[in-house]
Design a protein around this ligand. Sequence first.
Ligand SMILES: Nc1ncnc2c1ncn2[C@@H]1O[C@H](COP(=O)(O)OP(=O)(O)O)[C@@H](O)[C@H]1O
Ligand SMILES: [Mg+2]
Length: 312
Amino acid sequence: MAAKKESSKDKTANKADRDSFSGIFDDIHVIDDTPEVKLVNKGQYKDAFDLLEDAEACQLTPMLVGPPGTGKTLLARSYAASRGRQFEWLTLDESTKPVHLVGAFDPVATINKGFVKEAFLPGALTRMMAYGGIFLANELNRATEFTQNSFLEPLEERSIMLPRLGRIRARDDFFLICAANPGDMAGTHRISEALKDRIKVWINLDYPSRVVEMEIIKANTPETKISKDYLELTHQIIVETRKSREIERPASVRSAIAIAKLAGRKESSKEGLSSAAFAKIAKQVLKGGIKVRPGINEDSVVQKIVSSVVRA
Ligand SMILES: Nc1ncnc2c1ncn2[C@@H]1O[C@H](COP(=O)(O)OP(=O)(O)O)[C@@H](O)[C@H]1O
Ligand SMILES: [Mg+2]
């Protein structure tokens, strides 16, 4: 994410200004929402990227489905960035309300002006419909059905009802992308049948192939110098978690990225990295990175997996 460049005004700002939030705001304000990590656009990601392009050309709404960490958010954000259009994204959950998507009247402006369009603050979905941008509804199935229903009319009719103002029509280049974890995972609602029926392109992402996943780990750890052998072991460990029957939610590539960063840092230090130290790092990362089935002891599963891969 590129923050705005320092202007000459910033340089001359006095220390008190620089210490205040408003004084540093311009330095940290994200103007360009292009992801920092470059998408490894190969294998399933290339297929999915091409399918997003086709879906957009046909004005069909796609849904990216896959377990946590399979790159749904990055893929959608990278696709949006590649189009060079306005883009907004919202990660939904239980507490997301239709008003966050549709928008609402600004109380002060409404007192002064009444319920007029000038007093309306459009929500992210309304904004993208109005300006012909891309909207990513991230983790859509974590929202309640009530909130999911806000998408029905935009999907079916390409329009949306604004309270007291009436209906607006989306510009032709408005494009909605949805993403969700598979419905049987804890903490998620189902995608409502009505919405399912209106989403036309289902794009499944799974754990990627070994070659692609190794490349993803490298792409996410550009500063890290980890030897090929330890990188291989890192990948083997997360693959083992996906084979275990004792694990409900296996490790994602996020855990591999964390192990590679910590191990690489240690390896470049004076001390170097022993197998025992590597095993310890892997265990520390895996502890929160997996979810074991009820009644299973997490520590012993982690221990078993790490020692099956690393001979410390
Ligand atoms: N194809 C890919 N190329 C580069 N990095 C990836 C890719 N897929 C996943 N990642 C990385 O893996 C992590 C999880 O990806 P994310 O898009 O957040 O997954 P999800 O939304 O499916 O949970 C992020 O750090 C992301 O940078
Ligand atoms: Mg995500």
